[in-house]
Design a protein around this ligand. Sequence first.
Ligand SMILES: *Cc1c(COP(=O)(O)O)cnc(C)c1O
Length: 354
Amino acid sequence: MESLIRKNIQDLVAYKVDAPQYEIIVNANESPYDFPMILKRQFTDDICNTDLNRYPEACFPELLNELSAYTGVPTDGIICGSGSDELIAMINQAFVNAGDVVVSHSPSFDMYNIWAKISDSKHIRILDLPGHIPDVDGIIKAACDNHAKLLYICNPNNPTGYTFAKKDIIKILDAVPSLVVLDEAYIEFFGESDVDLLPNYPRLLILRTLSKAFGLAGIRCGYALGNKNIIDVLYKVKAPYNLNVLTQKMAVIALQNRDKVFKNLEEIKAEREKAMAVLKELPSLTVYPSGANFIYFETPFAEKIYEVLLNRSILIKRFKETGSCPESIRFSIGKPKENQKILEIIKEVVYNEA
Ligand SMILES: *Cc1c(COP(=O)(O)O)cnc(C)c1O
């Protein structure tokens, strides 16, 4: 049986994790606020009037209209996936051959690497410069020298929170021969999308999701924006009914009511800045600026902080030391009381250890 498995799949570890059961869960950059009850009720009414025995719309026309109104991109330049994870899979299926080169800055989102492995491509990761500033010239050189098929830019970046200047994104787009995938999963927290570049860059694809600012990680809805030609290619590899009818209905309601859904964004950003100020005062922590709904910092006490928080039923994300990055922590901004509790515990640990 072992010999039947593709070589590149043999060493992969399956993503099989239980939903975390903790009092405070801030490890996955989700919204701390559940979707508004009044909109959930609207959804259940809607579902009561929907024939669930029928297949859903294969190409989600109503959702495309709402996404077009939200993003300003024409409907023929949009495609949806079961989370942006599925879109990353589709991009790999459509464009990446075994042995092709994929480039990204590093550290960044794990899924780029997982899909590079599944597609049996070569993933070149260009380490950030000091201060976790992505090495734009290094990225360009790697993409050009290796004729990279795909280049990922994550803006704001997960996990460091770094936000790219538009001029750097343009510099990359102008220089590389690759398909450039700009992951804007956290763009609503930053506010400066590069969607306006699409008409001038036929090799640009922008990834978005309802999992973060919309507070709908549970429904699995992501979308890609691009020029019609490139989006048409993705439709060729799309599974026939990849978005179930429940997801389509809920996503439409979320987009139509986005002012209600977004009313927490300002609070989350203000809480982020408050938390950042507290952490910056602590010894032995290097805290990085963030344009997203999480904070990233490096500290030799990362493991201790992780353990103490876990003992108090708080789950954060901890990154072990790698050759290039020291021990670090990322936690998403929760409700104000939760943030307060997290910060108090971090302070306690740091002053005990330092
Ligand atoms: C959370 C996240 C996504 C969203 O993934 P979904 O599959 O849409 O939930 C995409 N990219 C990055 C960088 C993320 O952190």
